[in-house]
Each structure stands twice: as structure tokens, then as C-alpha cells.
Design a protein around this ligand. Structure first.
Ligand SMILES: [Mn+2]
Length: 290
């Protein structure tokens, strides 16, 4: 049994201490309301374990993103129920933002996102939430629980001015009715309509605005990312996704992000590696913007 790796990028030389770091990685191994296949509590650890095997040079960006300074927090205490966890996330996330850090939260299930969004929205007027996901997550409650991952975006809408959702390909009649009735500030690009034109429409009005990116890995096609609780066919592809992220980072002011719903599975270590690569790509895009 190998020792657990509790840091993103692992190698201490690839990190700086808290004061010198620009990025704070916040692991939140929260898993409570999963519907089918579990394992997201082990997501942060799996990403950490894969991350030292990344090439620290990014060949597309011609840069070494770790040089921005990446510090990893201790895993957040996820005891005491969802509401308590969200309060704890908001507090820790907010403290890192107040210390001038760009926060990257690693889940855990998607229900953690409202905690980070609350912290970011309190500090950035007019925050726009960009959601990459297979699921709309707009239920008011799921099995009586308003804090379920199936309600994550409904809870975020209480705090953000706008929500832009992309890659969506699964939701309920209730959510469809809600979308059809019109949600203020909401734009959706379904997975089957991810054309250049539609994606351009998705990003109208983001220029220079504060943005929080929530990245549910089930956004990706399950042929590429099978290690997630509810893998929906017909999802996003790697390079097109990087282009979309690049556009968002270049045009807006991305103030924080999260990557959620990785459910590490034996034999699918490429998924852990891909999630680590995604995290490192985001840090690289942040570094280039700065
Ligand atoms: Mn999802």
C-alpha cells in the first residue's frame, strides 16, 4: 500500500508555501447523496495520486503552470450533514479568496459547489456561473433533500446573477418545464447542439465579468471519462473542451473553479489522470491570463 498523496502535483519542489502561492487547491471529499455508483469521496486523493505523473511543462501553452505557485489545503472535514459542509466550504473557500488565492475545489460530489459559489458571489458582484455537466441539476429537491447533487444548480441560482450551462443531456420533466418557463439569467447549450454558433451565444456577455467554473466530469463523453457516478452518452470531447475553457479564461475574469464527481475506479486510472490534467490545464490558462 502506497502512502496517500495529499498534495496536488505531489513534488514539494513543484509547490510553494501558502504565502507565495497564487492557487489554493481545496479538497472536499464529500459524498452523501449519490444515486447510483459511489466513490466520489476518493476523487481528490485520486487526482493527487495521478498528478505527479503529469508533465509539468504544458506544450500547448508553452509554459510551466506550476510556477504560478500551487498550494494544497488539508481535506475539508465533511462530517455533520450537507448544510454544515456547505457552511464550512463557504468559510474556507472565502478565507482563501480573501488571502488573494485563486481557489480550485476538488470534489467530491456536485452538491459541494454552492459552498464555493456562495463564497465567490459574496466577493464578486455580478458573478456568472458556468456549468459543464451532463445534468441540469435544477431540481428544487431530490428525494426530499434540497442539498442533493441533483439540486446543485438550483441552490447556486439563489446566489448568482447568471448561469450558463453546457453539455447538458439529462434532466427531468420538472426541470424541462422550469427551463421552458424561463429562468432569469439562464442559458443552456445541450450536448447535441454544441456548435460554434451556439457556444458563442453561450458566452455572450461574459467579457471582463467575474466567472466561477463548475466542471462536473460527467460532462465528458463516458468513452473518455467512465469513472463517474452517472455516465451519460454523448458528452464533450477533450480538445473542444479545452478550446471552450481557453475562450472563457481569455475573455472573462475566472475567479474560482471546481472539478467534481470523479469516482475513481480500479483499472480506469486514465480517468484520474485526465481529471488531474484538466485541473492543471485550468491553472495553466489562469497563469497565461495573468
Ligand atoms: Mn452531472
Amino acid at each position: 500500500m502506497r502512502e496517500p498523496i495529499s498534495r496536488f502535483l505531489g513534488d514539494p519542489e513543484a509547490e510553494r508555501d501558502f504565502d507565495a502561492a497564487s492557487v489554493a487547491v481545496l479538497p472536499v471529499p464529500h459524498e452523501e447523496t449519490v444515486c447510483w455508483v459511489g466513490g466520489t469521496a476518493r476523487g481528490p486523493e485520486a487526482i493527487f495520486r495521478a498528478s505527479p505523473h503529469l508533465e509539468f511543462y504544458d506544450e500547448q501553452l508553452d509554459a510551466e503552470p506550476y510556477k504560478i505557485g500551487v498550494w494544497t489545503d488539508r481535506p475539508l472535514d465533511v462530517g455533520g450533514g450537507a448544510a454544515a459542509v456547505l457552511d464550512r466550504i463557504e468559510s474556507r473557500f472565502g478565507a482563501h479568496m480573501d488571502a488573494g488565492k485563486w481557489v480550485l475545489m476538488l470534489g467530491g460530489e456536485h452538491s459541494i459547489t454552492p459552498g464555493g459559489v456562495r463564497a465567490a458571489a459574496a466577493r464578486h458582484e455580478g458573478l456568472i456561473l458556468v456549468q459543464l455537466d451532463a445534468h441540469a441539476d435544477l431540481r428544487e429537491a431530490y428525494e426530499g433533500n434540497p442539498w442533493s447533487h441533483a439540486c446543485a444548480m438550483a441552490r447556486c441560482l439563489d446566489h448568482v446573477a447568471e448561469l450558463r450551462s453546457v453539455g447538458i443531456r439529462s434532466y427531468t420533466r420538472e426541470e424541462a418545464d422550469r427551463i421552458a418557463a424561463g429562468i432569469p439569467g439562464y442559458r443552456i447549450v445541450h450536448a447535441w447542439e454544441m456548435t460554434e454558433k451556439k457556444l458563442a451565444e453561450l458566452l455572450v456577455g461574459i467579457d471582463d465579468k467575474p466567472v466561477y467554473i463548475t466542471f462536473d466530469v460527467d460532462y465528458f463523453d463516458p468513452s473518455f471519462m467512465p469513472a463517474t457516478g452517472t455516465p451519460e452518452p454523448g458528452g464533450g470531447e477533450w480538445y473542444a473542451t479545452l478550446e471552450l475553457l481557453e475562450e472563457i479564461f481569455l475573455r472573462s475574469n475566472v475567479v474560482a473553479a471546481d472539478i467534481v464527481e470523479l469516482a475513481p475506479s480500479a483499472g480506469l486510472h486514465h480517468c484520474d489522470f485526465s481529471a488531474a490534467r484538466l485541473a492543471y490545464k485550468m491553472i495553466g490558462l489562469l497563469q497565461r491570463k495573468r
